[in-house]
Design a protein. Structure first.
Length: 130
């Protein structure tokens, strides 16, 4: 029997009207350096290794809607970002260009929108890993 090939998640890619603008936001939010930059494409990653985020310029980008609305561009995915202090993390994200989503489905999680409109959640880990 032929062995299965190895698969390793390298990055999650977000489309945006301007890859460099959105990458700047996430570099400042996460404190990650750029791993690669070229026209229309940026990769950032944690300095200690592991999967990163990539950003791709998409001229026909349409902002996703949160929460979902009929006949509007649906959110396809979102990022969950663990923080150690939720109020301070929200303030920092807002100061660098995020907006607080109107709809907040949980008391212990904050849904924000990045400058391109992608939803992301900030939360404090509360409990043992399962």
């Amino acid at each position: 029997m032929k062995p299965s090939p190895r698969f390793t998640l390298a990055a999650t890619t977000l489309d945006a009207p301007d890859a460099h603008e959105l990458a700047r936001f996430y570099r400042e939010l996460l404190g990650w350096p750029a791993r690669k930059e070229e026209p229309g494409w940026v990769e950032i990653a944690p300095p200690d290794g592991g999967p990163g985020l990539s950003f791709q310029t998409e001229p026909r980008f349409t902002r996703p809607q949160w929460p979902a609305r009929e006949a509007e561009q649906q959110m396809m995915m979102h990022l969950d970002v663990e923080v150690d202090d939720l109020p301070s993390a929200v303030d920092h994200a807002l100061a660098i260009g995020a907006t607080l989503a109107e709809f907040q489905p949980q008391d212990d999680v904050r849904v924000l929108l990045d400058p391109a409109g992608h939803p992301f959640c900030l939360f404090v880990h509360a409990g043992p890993d399962v």
